[in-house]
Design a protein around this ligand. Structure first.
Ligand SMILES: *Cc1c(COP(=O)(O)O)cnc(C)c1O
Length: 274
């Protein structure tokens, strides 16, 4: 479909990559990417709070037949020395460590933006050991807007990445997987295997084009609203939210000091028509 091709080319150009592939969801993009980059029995390095490890129904094992090795993190960043310690030397008894999976913004509960410089440090390290580097950039536009850095910076040193049209960009459907032409050719074949090939998808791609053309600049408004909400909550009680940690569009609210669960708070708000 010509509109799908237009969206794929547009997305690739925005990130300075050779080619793009329109897929159903961020989860499908992640799973297609790993299947295209690995062989069964490989090991992939994944963040302990990452979407690909926690929220994809065990897809890495079930679909690609790879084993996951978890990178422990402090709240924000992967430590290069920890990553280096997790990369296995090649050997007749060892699984092959083949992909480093990054995520930006990181940690679904908090939406922490990671600088392109830090990504590049980690990518250089992975490449030195012969790994491919994959970036789950479902929320990469939030990172770019929050850090005021160009999108192409976030693609530097990254072999393949995906972003979601359906998060802050507010389109009804789809994600884009980006990389070299060779990678995307293989990913297109894997997408077919997973039942993700599409026919008259142009009208869904058109919504994606509108999202890319009109929504990115408005993300700053989301971030400002999130900050304002966190500040308002913190003004009620400091333990409720931390505006300094509200860096993108996710507000993390903690009711423990009030002895209330989130469900109880939601029920009480509903009673008051909120
Ligand atoms: C939402 C999200 C995904 C998955 O996207 P879906 O379209 O819901 O499948 C993957 N990774 C991250 C970081 C996300 O925020």
């Amino acid at each position: 479909d010509p509109t799908v091709k237009k969206l794929e080319a547009m997305a690739a150009a925005m990130f300075g990559k050779e080619a793009g592939l329109f897929v159903v969801s961020g989860t499908m993009a992640n799973q297609v990417a790993i299947m295209a980059l690995t062989q069964p029995g490989d090991e992939v390095l994944v963040g302990e709070k990452s979407h690909i490890f926690n929220l994809e129904a065990g897809g890495l094992a079930a679909i690609s037949g790879v084993q996951s090795r978890v990178i422990p993190t402090d709240e924000k960043l992967f430590d290069p020395s920890i990553i280096e310690s997790l990369i296995r030397p090649r050997g007749v008894q060892s699984p092959r460590t083949s992909v480093l999976c990054l995520e930006n913004t990181y940690d679904l509960n908090r939406g922490i933006p990671i600088t392109p410089e830090h990504q590049l440090t980690l990518a250089d390290l992975a490449h030195k050991h012969g790994l491919a580097v994959y970036l789950d950039g479902a929320r990469i536009f939030n990172a770019a807007v929050a850090l005021r850095a160009p999108l192409t910076e976030f693609a530097r040193g990254i072999d393949a990445l995906q972003f979601c049209l359906t998060k802050g960009l507010a389109a009804p459907f789809g994600s884009l997987l980006l990389g070299t032409k060779e990678f995307i050719d293989r990913a297109r074949w894997v997408r077919q295997r997973l039942g993700g090939g599409m026919r008259q998808a142009g009208f869904m791609a058109a919504a994606g084009i509108v999202a890319l053309e009109t929504m990115i600049d408005r993300m700053a408004e989301d971030h400002a609203n999130a900050k304002r909400l966190a500040q308002g909550l913190a003004a009620i009680d400091e333990s409720l939210a931390n505006p300094d940690n509200t860096l993108t569009n996710i507000v993390y609210v903690e009711f423990a000091a009030f002895g209330l669960t989130a469900e109880q708070v939601a029920a009480q708000l509903l009673q008051r028509g909120i």
